[in-house]
Design a protein around this ligand. Structure first.
Ligand code: ZN
Length: 325
């Protein structure tokens, strides 16, 4: 398997070879801090904190699934010329190390979830990841080292309290790379943090207004563990914390039983996953489809969740509408 990995990396490096030097000159030209964000939620946060001083390129865009992303040579070229690479961490971007190595990236790698209290992946999911056990890739091996063997749920941004930690990390990283902009970054972050606080209160109030017995939902992959813990909602998902593993027939049968026994009122689709499995579950149980929740990606700019804060406004609104009575 190492041979295969080396071959893949080798091909990638050859593809990149010519362009690496050409891009080094671009940074000075724009005068802006060049940042790359691994996925759309981070891209929005970086824009809010960086404002006009930064250029933001997002690798996994609106409605994209970062769990199964395949970086292209063009992504590697983008990264090669960046000053900062913002990633979520917690194993979310399994492709990250490969891309970073292949690109020859020399800037600052910033793990924006640094400092959050991770939720350990639910125990039963540990055995459920297909071929991962016999073929660990390099990124995964390194993740395991970094987190002392613990596998964490990566979706920490789904708690707005954690979102504030992300924003603080982004602010500090921008100041470190561009000290002249410190006042701007401080002011932008302060304003943004206050808006996140206000939304946090609003989501808490919205979920607290729901009858306790109805605070249970089904989503397709397990992206709302942090949301559920923070705001008091029970989330049941046939797929694990990554979209890479498909739900087994047993998992689905178990969930169908659970919906019937516990009278779970609604099933929610996600913007990044296929809806067929949930349509089937809804049909077999009579649970209603409560709408679409934005989990691992924002919507495009004309959709209902083009920013991180809009994502929470939309999700809280959809949950309230489906579960209130
Ligand atoms: Zn996810």
């Amino acid at each position: 398997m190492w041979n295969r990995l080396v071959t893949v990396l080798g091909t990638f490096l050859v593809l990149l070879g010519v362009s690496l030097t050409a891009h080094a000159a671009d940074n000075a030209a724009s005068g802006k801090v060049k940042t790359v964000a691994s996925f759309s939620v981070l891209g929005d946060m970086v824009k809010n904190v960086g404002g006009d001083r930064v250029e933001v390129t997002t690798l996994v865009g609106p409605n994209g699934d970062a769990h199964v992303f395949n970086p292209t040579p063009a992504d590697a070229r983008t990264l090669a010329s960046a000053d900062i690479f913002f990633v979520n961490g917690l194993g979310f971007e399994g492709w990250m190390e490969r891309l970073e190595n292949a690109s020859g990236f020399k800037g600052a790698l910033v793990v924006t979830s640094g400092g959050v209290m991770p939720i350990a992946m639910r125990a039963e999911e540990g055995h459920d990841h297909g071929n991962e056990a016999d073929e660990p890739d390099q990124a995964e091996a390194e993740d395991h080292d970094a987190y002392a063997g613990q596998v964490s749920d990566p979706h920490a941004w789904q708690n707005l309290f954690n979102g504030k930690i992300y924003v603080t990390n982004i602010r500090d990283a921008l100041i470190a790379v561009d000290p002249d902009g410190a006042d701007v970054y401080e002011a932008n972050a302060a304003k943004y943090l206050a808006a996140i606080d206000a939304e946090d209160q609003a989501v808490k109030a919205a979920i607290a207004s729901l009858p306790k017995a109805r605070r249970k939902i089904i989503t397709s992959h397990d992206a709302f563990g942090y949301f559920g813990n923070a705001y008091g909602l029970e989330i049941i998902a046939p797929e694990g914390v990554s979209t890479e593993s498909e739900a087994s027939a047993q998992d689905v049968a178990k969930i169908i039983r659970q919906i019937r026994e516990e009278k779970i009122p609604a099933v929610f689709l996600e913007n990044i996953t296929d809806r067929r499995l949930l349509d089937q579950i809804a049909k077999e149980t009579g649970a209603k489809i409560g709408g679409v929740l934005y989990s691992d990606a924002l919507s495009d700019k004309d959709g209902p969740a083009p920013t991180y804060l809009d994502m929470f406004r939309h999700n809280a609104g959809a949950l309230t509408a489906a579960l209130s009575s």
